[in-house]
Design a protein around this ligand. Structure first.
Ligand SMILES: Cc1cc2nc3c(=O)[nH]c(=O)nc-3n(C[C@H](O)[C@H](O)[C@H](O)COP(=O)(O)OP(=O)(O)OC[C@H]3O[C@@H](n4cnc5c(N)ncnc54)[C@H](O)[C@@H]3O)c2cc1C
Length: 464
């Protein structure tokens, strides 16, 4: 008999949620993380001068039916901190409240909301291959509604081609938000940050008897005669030139939550059907990574367009002509800046992520973006310091043709006991919430049954 019921690869939010659910439900689990810390992309980082930089997962896009509901079920609810109170929008050389900018016909938008709310979640699958605009155009000519929705989808999915987001993803999320929060889009900061949620989950996994190992890089998923046997992990090196035998961890099931960009590194060659492997490789192309350049800015006083708690956006920056976002992290998480100081974050979406490999292009674009921010928010010129960053690993674009069944299914089609979660495989939603809902799907697949208490959490239903 294998040592573990389930080996879970990856200690980000997806892996932690899955391990917490499985251990609560009596499975013997081991969670394996290659790095020294758990949290994956949702990491915070103590920076200089008492500032803390949030490297990923700034805001959770969850209407209460996803990650927060799952954590409640686990008995580890987290406290919801601040949410953004408005969305100022830069257009024609000034800031506007987005709702003032467009003439939105109220009866027209109510009709659309009603249709979204009354459509079954599964029915949105039909719109996997069309952009939001195409779906909307069949229902309204009101440019205000179209622009509002396209701006939301651009911000949620960091798409530089803001007109090129999949209608299915967008409508699926709008249904959740309209149903449970009576608003088009709802996001919030979890008090203490995503890392605090992870810490609580790790504590739960351990108290349920689960094992958690860091510095445990999976080298290969071990498959024998199309059945999973476990994983081989890197054994510690005791001398710099030692080449130790990998350690074998036996498990009846393996759930990988590693990103779509690195999952092929741990799958033995010629194991997957070629059509399934191709789906992974298509999505893992650099051209489909949602990417941006940006900077953090330390400030003596808060700088904003309309409200300190805003998240502001634009589709056509005055110099880069790209979309982007700006907000004050210290307003939603005061601990991110020292007393009396403030921390801002902003980014400019990159149309072609391949450009980011070109150092000259990068340097020029970063200069241009800083000058662009000085035009839109001139007080940023007085920043105490700025720290530039580039993001190349946020997520895979939710563009038409790259979502729904274009994504590889969570259960490996030909290897018994092998499952794939994380935010790149099949699933719906955004970022941290998405990977959590996908973990729920994977856990139900492994259990072979639905978790009754979570049947109202929208996610891909395993029987499909
Ligand atoms: C800059 C940035 C900003 C973001 N902003 C937001 C936001 O505002 N809201 C939001 O919801 N989401 C946001 N995201 C996305 C969000 O962070 C991710 O969707 C989410 O963290 C994915 O979680 P995951 O568990 O699926 O994957 P990951 O967090 O990537 O976890 C996978 C883990 O697997 C480990 N791993 C990889 N290979 C191996 C191996 N061979 N062996 C063992 N372990 C391995 C990795 O080290 C990692 O810890 C942002 C991301 C970035 C980068």
């Amino acid at each position: 008999m294998a040592k573990y019921d389930v080996a879970i690869i990856g200690g980000g939010m997806g892996g932690c949620i899955a391990a917490a659910l499985l251990s609560k439900l009596g499975k013997k689990v081991i969670l394996l993380e290659q790095g020294p810390e758990l949290s994956g992309r949702a990491m915070d980082f103590p920076y200089k001068d008492g500032y803390t930089l949030e490297l990923g997962g700034h805001l959770i896009v969850d209407d209460g039916s996803g990650i927060s509901r799952i954590c409640e079920y686990l008995g580890r609810p987290f406290e919801i901190g601040s949410d953004n109170d408005c969305l100022p929008f830069w257009k024609e050389d000034q800031w506007h409240y987005i709702e003032d900018l467009y003439n939105i016909d109220k009866s027209e938008i109510k009709k659309i909301i009603k249709e979204i709310v009354n459509t079954d979640f599964e029915e949105f699958d039909k719109y996997d291959n069309i952009p939001v605009r195409t779906w909307l155009k069949a229902r309204t000519d009101n440019e205000g509604i179209i622009t509002l929705y396209e701006t939301l989808s651009g911000l949620e999915f960091q798409t530089s081609d803001w007109w090129d987001n999949s209608a299915s993803e967008f409508l699926w999320m709008r249904k959740c938000h309209y149903m449970n929060k009576q608003t088009a889009a709802y996001s919030y900061w979890p008090k203490g940050g995503p890392v605090k949620i992870i810490e609580s989950l790790i504590d739960l996994i351990k108290s349920n008897g689960g094992e958690v190992r860091t510095n445990a890089r999976t080298l290969e998923i071990v498959v024998d005669n199309y059945k999973v046997r476990g994983v081989k992990i890197q054994a510690p090196k005791l001398t710099p030139n030692e080449y130790p035998e990998p350690e074998m961890i036996e498990a009846d099931n393996v759930l990988s939550t590693v990103s779509i960009w690195s999952v092929m590194d741990i799958i033995p060659e010629n194991i997957l059907p070629n059509w399934y492997e191709s789906k992974i490789k298509v999505l893992a192309q650099d051209i489909f990574r949602s990417s941006w350049i940006g900077f953090y800015a330390a400030l003596d006083k808060p700088v904003y367009a309309k409200s300190p708690k805003e998240i502001s956006g634009w589709l056509d920056g005055p110099l880069t002509h790209q979309g982007g976002y700006y907000y004050l992290q210290s307003e939603i998480e005061p601990a991110s800046a020292p007393e009396g100081k403030h921390l801002a974050i902003c980014g400019s979406f990159v149309r072609n992520p391949l450009d980011m490999k070109n150092k000259k292009w990068l340097a020029e674009k970063m200069d241009l973006f800083e000058r662009e921010m000085d035009i839109m928010l001139p007080e940023l010129k007085d920043s105490l310091w700025k720290s530039r960053h580039l993001v190349f690993d946020c997520s895979v674009f939710n563009k038409p043709g790259l979502v729904g069944t274009a994504r590889p299914a969570n259960k490996c089609p030909n290897v018994e006991g092998l499952y794939f979660g994380g935010d790149g495989f099949q699933g719906r939603g955004c970022g941290l919430d998405r990977t959590s809902r996908t973990s729920l799907t994977c856990v139900e697949l492994i259990l072979g049954e639905r978790i009754e208490e979570l049947k109202d959490t929208p996610h891909i239903i395993p029987s499909k």
